[in-house]
Design a protein around this ligand. Structure first.
Ligand SMILES: NC(=O)c1ccc[n+]([C@@H]2O[C@H](COP(=O)([O-])OP(=O)(O)OC[C@H]3O[C@@H](n4cnc5c(N)ncnc54)[C@H](O)[C@@H]3O)[C@@H](O)[C@H]2O)c1
Length: 258
């Protein structure tokens, strides 16, 4: 059974990592996908690979912090398909920085992509969902919104902002059948973490693995499966929810009675 048959989705940050896995799995489930990324050539390559296997995707060059680029994507999708059923706010950048030393420009750059980008995505897509009185908006948050990590204040603050926005909007638009949910991954094996590993060394990933109950990194497919569920009608009574896909990172440390 194709769980997303006849649905139309916009996925941001779709050229690699979790956004790519979501686009691939959505297409397998019968969804048509607008794949948006700043890396157009990678997006085109991945889109054509999906289409060769029978999927239907369209690549777009779009930076999520640029409202006119996002408006162009939404216009093109509405012209072609007349509806948008699912928005996945996935694009984000990882910028580390001790709060005392972090340049203001780094804070602004991160907030523009990771938090304002979600605002722009929702602002642009929501009117079409409200007209149809149907839609699912899924935003990629992080376990870092609820657990302390050294020197990831800005990244965590943006993710906390996404969680707060999601609850606000779920309450406001539930009566119009538009749902808002977040997915909070733990440590997932993606290019983002490969880059961090190169910059910071092996130890940070080892620490993530050692602190997850399941003692491994997650895969992009494991996150994408949760996105399929939230995009599908199987989750039609779920809104304002955050689903952790973290291999039990948030379940530890355990209380041990001596
Ligand atoms: N990888 C993890 O362990 C992890 C953990 C928790 C949360 N997340 C979240 O999951 C999401 C995906 O992470 P990932 O690890 O797959 O990242 P990634 O860096 O591997 O891929 C991100 C994609 O977004 C694109 N992108 C970057 N800036 C953009 C912009 N301004 N506009 C449009 N596209 C842009 C990149 O080109 C890339 O294709 C992010 O929201 C991230 O914060 C990841």
């Amino acid at each position: 059974m194709r769980r997303l048959k006849d649905k139309i989705a916009v996925v941001t940050g779709a050229a690699e990592g979790i956004g790519l896995a979501i686009s691939q799995m959505f297409a397998l489930e019968g969804c048509k996908v607008a794949m948006c990324d700043i890396n157009l050539s990678k997006c085109e390559t991945e889109s054509s690979l999906i289409n060769k296997k029978g999927g239907e995707t369209i690549p777009f060059e779009c930076s999520v912090d640029n409202s006119s680029q996002m408006e162009n994507v939404v216009k093109a999708v509405m012209n072609s398909f007349k509806q948008i059923d699912v928005l996945v706010n996935n694009a984000a950048i990882a910028v580390q920085g001790n709060i005392v030393e972090m340049p203001e420009e780094d804070w602004d750059t991160l907030m523009n992509v990771n938090l304002k980008g979600v605002f722009i995505g929702i602002k642009t897509v929501l009117p079409h969902m409200l007209k149809k009185r149907s839609g699912s908006i899924i935003s990629l948050s992080s376990l870092q919104a609820s657990r302390s990590w050294n020197d990831w204040t800005a990244y965590a603050a943006a993710k906390g902002g996404i969680n707060a926005m999601t609850v606000q909007l779920a309450g406001q638009f539930g009566n119009q059948n538009v749902r808002f949910n977040t997915i909070s991954p733990g440590a997932i094996n993606t290019p983002m973490n490969e880059r961090r590993q190169k910059e910071e060394g092996e130890s940070f990933l080892k620490a993530s693995i050692d602190q997850a109950a399941m003692l491994r990194l997650g895969t992009t497919e494991e996150v994408a499966q949760t996105a399929v569920f939230l995009a599908s009608d199987e989750s039609r009574f779920i809104t304002g929810e955050d689903i952790k896909v973290d291999g039990g990172l948030s379940a530890l440390p355990r209380y041990i009675e001596n």
